[in-house]
Structures are given as structure tokens and as C-alpha cells.
Ligand binder design. Structure first.
Ligand code: BG6
Length: 586
């Protein structure tokens, strides 16, 4: 997934575009580029690397002109090269485009255009948009007709912005996010409100299959039949703008430290939605919980706590897999879709399948203006503020708190949870990561690490392994304790580290036995527990708390461990290689 941006106004476009791209960098950071229009000429600069790196090398923000477009790339088609970086000029150089998404029929269209004499400098699917637009603009001389013809030919999920040498901008969206920012006397086009939130909080969310043309200081929004469409301006909460690191070295560290507050704020503004959700679930035949990545691990926890505390069966579904067994969803069921960004393509696809089966969609989401929030019947806001670090941290614990709040309602409050008291306990964990830093030093050279947990601690073991993968690039695997002897024990020797998630609950003794069996093979053991044991080479002491809340607390030291191990391994904790904050392509 990439970030795209456009500016049309009276100020110098390039510095505004570079700032917007910097804010959206979590969407993709393989390469960056800017193009502006100045005196009916298109000026373009692009390069490999992150925004600040490339800008300091080739001064992207010095391009002249009051109109421009920009892009940060998360490579899908073609290697990370200058040629594959966006913006892509058309053959004539009179049009330039930036694109997010995937053009599924690009090879066919490329062949057609090559047969018509067009040539291509990149391996990307995106470049065909530039030449298609040139073809139809030369044919019609009209931007509206040009876009209508172009979108009638391209297939896939996309959003693009095209800039013409006469300064007109045109942008279209089909399943990929695109938002118009309406300023005092200027306009913005962006994949995310973060792209322009510094300048205006007036946003228009372009609907699917709509496009916008900006010219002569005004804009018009049309659908793919060329009809004008009505639109509304949404006021964005400025809170989403305060994505600053403050004194923290990285967003990821800041977001780990924010959890004693975000745990209290989770679902706070949508309490009513939580009650309504519990009511829906009480009357539903089937409940499914779906998500991707960390959000899927939250779905696995949902299964455990729904059955344990509310005696309700909730089936977790990996969003990306549902398309291969759509009939596994029973009609008229409830689907709880969990997603920080609300833009993960696999989750939106799963929701589409659910809607086709007439299911009610309940979204647990952080971005209340996201596509998922707009698709859902009920929206529960995670309310944890912007999460910039690509590896999800505070969003995970907020998702779990909301799931617990739903279970509390479902259990007619037979389980009582004092979140205020719990937040104080979290503060204790956050206060002193020194010991964890020491352990992270021992992990500098290792290449394999396993995380073991039983029962409700197994999904946490999976989430722990995901954090280690995302932040340290170490091969990490979450293992259900009971499966150890059925295979993974073969991997245990003195070269591996094993993290044992072992709180004082019903799994404690069995997990300790597993730890002994692993120790016997020479592996190093990191014990995460509120009880010390001589089995552990390293003990990460957990505070004694109500065991109901173990899953939420025990992931936090692992977030720290992954962060500090990332520093030891000199990886970038905020922007891990090859990843993106939410993946809007399938
Ligand atoms: C990945 C992120 O791209 O998407 C993960 O790197 C995240 O951290 C996953 O868990 C799912 O994202 P979301 O926004 O749907 O929760």
C-alpha cells in the first residue's frame, strides 16, 4: 500500500506535499517522489528511500509551482528502483500520475498501449494509467471524458491522482481510500487525513467509483457515469493530527508507553455501541470475529473469553482466508471485524462476504472515518489516538479491553473488571524496562526464537512472535504448549531462545513442565510470569493481578523486548522493512 497526495492552491505545493508524505510514510516507505506544475511544465523528482533521506539528497520540497502531486511507495509490482518510483510521467511528459492499489489487467492494457506506440520505463502496473490518460486526453481534449474512459478500462483496487501540464488535477477512487481536504483557498487530495490535517480539518470522503476534477480554484465530484454527485464535508478531530514522537526515540516506544492511558480510553466514546453489540450477540445464532495480523490475534482472544466468561461460541476467522470458504459464514450471523486502520483490504473483503450473507457487521476500529467504519452496522471506536508505529502495540491492548467490555455485558457483569486499578498495574510494567533491555542485548545474534503459551496465553504467544518478527526480523514462532512434544521440540537446542508465557493460572504447571523439557535440550528460557522459577534463564516479573486480565498485561513486556531487540539489531522499529501499517491491497 502506498500513500498518494495532491495539492491545488496558492502556496508552494512541494513543501506541503513533502510534509504530508512524511506524515503518511507508515503507508509505505520504499521510495518517494513529487511532481509539480509550473508555467505549464511538469517538474518531477523521485528517489529510493524514506521521505527525509530523499528530500535531503534531492530537495523534493524545492520544486516550483502551486499545484503538485506526491507519493510514497510500498512496492507491489517491480523492484525498489528509481524507475519504479512514482510519480510516473506519460510518454509526452504532459501528464504525471501517482497511484495506490493494484491494476489487475495492467499487462493486457500495457500490451495494447505498446501496440499503439507507447513505451514504458518502469515495471509497475501504475505507469499504464499515465499513458492511458495521455491517449484519451489527446483524443478528447477533455479531462472529464479522459477519466471516464480511463476508469472504464482499468480493473482492480486503486486510487490515483493525475496532474496535467495545464495545472488541472483529477483523481479517482475504487476501493482504495481517497479524501479531499477543503482549505481556506486551497484543496488537498490524500490517502489519509494525516496528509493535510495540519492545514484543514474539513474533509470529503470520496465514495467508491467517484472521481474529482480540480481546476480554476474549484472542484467537481462525479461518478463513473459522469453524473455529479452530492457530497458532505466531515469535520476531522484534530486529535488525529497530534502524531508526534515527543521525547521518545520512536513512535513505537511512545505508543507502548501510552497504554496505561489508552487502556482506560478504549471504547470510552462508544459505550452505547458496546451495549448494543452485546444485545445483538445475545440474540445471534452465530458469531464470527475476523481480522488480519495483530487484529486476528485479538480475534483468537475473543474466542477464549467469550466462551470462558459468557459461555458464548465466537469463531475467529482469518480475514484473508474467508474468500476461500465464503459458505462457512452462516446467513444472518454477526461478524465482529477488528481493524486498527479500518482499511485492510482482506478485512473489507471479509465484511463484503458477510454482507452478502446478510450478516450484521460490528466494527472494532481506531479510525472512525475509515472504509470499515462506513461499512459497519455498529462502530466501536478503539479511541487510542493515531498509531504510527507499523507494528501494532497500543491498538492491540485497546482491542482486547473492548472485547472484555463486551464480554462483561454478555456475562451480565458476572465478571467485574477494575480497569482503573489495572491501568495502575500497567504503569508498573512500563516504569522499569531496564531488565528487559538487558535481555534484549542477549538476543543480538540469535536467528530463531519460539514463544510458548497454553490456553488463553497461546494467542498472546502468537502476538508476541508477530511483534518479534515485525520489529527484529528474527524468525519467531508462537507455539501452543501442548503441541511442543508433537514436533517443535525437535527445534530446541542451545542456539535458540524460548519465551514462556506462564502466568499463575490453570495452565501454570503444564507450561512449567514444557519449560523443563525445553531446558533439557539446552535452549535459553525467558520466563514471563508473576512467579519466579529456576527453570528461567531470564525472568520477566509480571505484577500479580486478577488473572482475567493476564492476556492484556503479558504482551506489554514482549512489546518492549521486541523494541529493544530491534535497537540491538539496528532495525527501524517504526518502519520495518517490507511492511506497511495497513495493507489496502489483497
Ligand atoms: C499490518 C500491520 O499491515 O496490518 C499490522 O503491519 C496489523 O500491525 C495488520 O496488525 C492489520 O491491520 P489493521 O489496521 O487491519 O488492524
Amino acid at each position: 500500500m502506498c500513500s498518494i497526495i495532491g495539492y491545488y492552491g496558492k502556496k508552494n505545493a512541494a513543501p506541503i506535499i513533502v510534509k504530508g508524505l512524511k506524515r503518511m510514510e507508515y503507508r509505505g516507505y520504499d521510495s518517494v517522489g513529487v511532481a509539480t506544475e509550473s508555467n505549464n511544465q511538469i517538474e518531477l523528482k523521485k528517489g529510493i528511500g524514506k521521505v527525509n533521506e530523499v528530500n535531503s539528497k534531492i530537495q523534493l520540497d524545492s520544486l516550483p509551482g502551486k499545484i503538485g502531486i506526491g507519493h510514497t511507495r510500498w512496492a507491489t509490482h517491480g523492484k525498489v528502483t528509481d524507475f519504479n518510483a512514482h510519480p510516473h510521467p506519460s510518454n509526452s511528459g504532459k501528464i504525471a500520475i501517482v497511484h495506490n492499489g493494484i491494476i489487475e489487467n495492467f499487462e493486457e492494457l500495457k500490451k495494447q498501449l505498446q501496440d499503439e506506440g507507447y513505451n514504458f520505463k518502469s515495471e509497475t502496473d501504475s505507469e499504464i494509467i499515465a499513458n492511458l490518460i495521455q491517449k484519451y486526453y489527446e483524443l478528447t481534449g477533455d479531462v472529464k471524458e479522459t477519466i471516464l474512459k480511463t476508469v472504464s478500462e482499468i480493473k482492480g483496487h486503486y486510487a490515483f491522482v493525475a496532474m496535467f501540464e495545464n495545472g488541472q488535477l483529477a483523481a479517482a477512487r475504487f476501493h482504495e481510500p481517497l479524501i479531499i481536504g477543503v482549505g481556506q483557498d486551497d484543496f488537498f487530495l490524500s490517502s489519509d487525513v494525516l496528509g493535510f490535517i495540519e492545514y484543514t480539518d474539513n474533509a470529503i470522503y470520496l465514495e467508491n467509483g467517484n472521481f474529482v476534477i480540480l481546476e480554476e480554484n474549484k472542484f467537481q465530484i462525479l461518478d463513473y457515469n459522469g453524473e455529479h454527485v452530492k457530497y458532505g464535508i466531515t469535520k476531522i478531530s484534530k486529535e488525529f493530527g497530534d502524531a508526534y514522537k515527543g521525547d521518545y526515540a520512536h513512535f513505537t516506544l511512545k505508543e507502548i508507553y501510552e497504554q496505561h492511558e489508552t487502556i482506560l480510553k478504549a471504547g470510552e466514546k462508544t459505550q452505547e455501541a458496546i451495549e448494543k453489540t452485546a444485545d445483538y450477540i445475545k440474540h445471534a445464532k452465530n458469531i464470527y470475529v475476523t481480522g488480519s495480523g495483530t487484529s486476528y490475534n485479538a480475534a483468537l482472544i475473543a474466542k477464549q473469553i467469550f466462551s470462558k466468561y459468557a459461555k458464548i461460541k465466537a469463531e475467529p476467522i482469518m480475514a484473508s482466508e474467508l474468500q476461500f470458504s465464503p459458505d462457512s459464514i452462516e446467513e444472518n450471523s454477526i461478524i465482529i471485524a477488528v481493524s486498527q486502520s479500518g482499511e485492510s483490504a482482506d478485512v473489507l473483503d471479509a465484511v463484503k462476504i458477510g454482507k452478502q450473507a446478510n450478516c450484521k457487521i460490528i466494527a472494532i476500529v481506531n479510525l472512525l472515518t475509515s472504509s470499515l467504519a462506513r461499512e459497519a452496522d455498529i462502530v466501536i471506536g478503539m479511541n487510542c489516538g493515531p498509531e504510527i508505529g507499523v507494528a501494532a502495540t497500543k491498538s492491540f491492548t485497546s482491542q482486547l479491553v473492548i472485547l472484555y467490555k463486551i464480554v462483561q455485558k454478555l456475562s451480565d457483569n458476572t465478571i467485574t473488571i477494575n480497569f482503573e486499578k489495572f491501568a495502575e498495574t500497567i504503569l508498573k510494567i512500563l516504569e522499569n524496562p531496564k531488565k528487559i533491555q538487558e535481555i534484549a542485548k542477549q538476543m543480538k545474534e540469535i536467528s530463531d526464537i519460539y514463544v510458548l503459551g497454553r490456553g488463553i496465553n497461546y494467542p498472546i504467544a502468537k502476538e508476541a512472535a508477530l511483534k518479534l518478527k515485525e520489529l527484529t526480523y528474527i524468525h519467531a514462532e508462537g507455539i501452543p504448549g501442548g503441541e511442543l512434544k508433537h514436533g517443535p521440540l525437535a527445534l530446541m537446542d542451545s542456539n535458540v531462545f524460548v519465551i514462556i508465557i506462564n502466568p499463575n493460572d490453570s495452565t501454570y504447571l503444564d507450561t512449567l513442565t514444557s519449560a523443563r523439557e525445553i531446558k533439557a535440550r539446552g535452549a535459553k528460557i525467558i520466563g514471563v510470569s508473576d512467579i519466579e522459577s529456576d527453570v528461567y534463564d531470564y525472568w520477566i516479573e509480571m505484577p500479580k493481578i486478577d488473572q482475567v486480565l493476564y492476556p492484556i498485561s503479558e504482551i506489554i513486556p514482549i512489546q518492549f523486548l521486541s523494541y529493544y531487540a530491534a535497537l540491538e539489531k539496528d532495525t527501524d522499529p517504526d518502519y520495518p522493512r517490507n511492511l506497511a501499517k495497513s495493507v489496502t491491497v489483497k
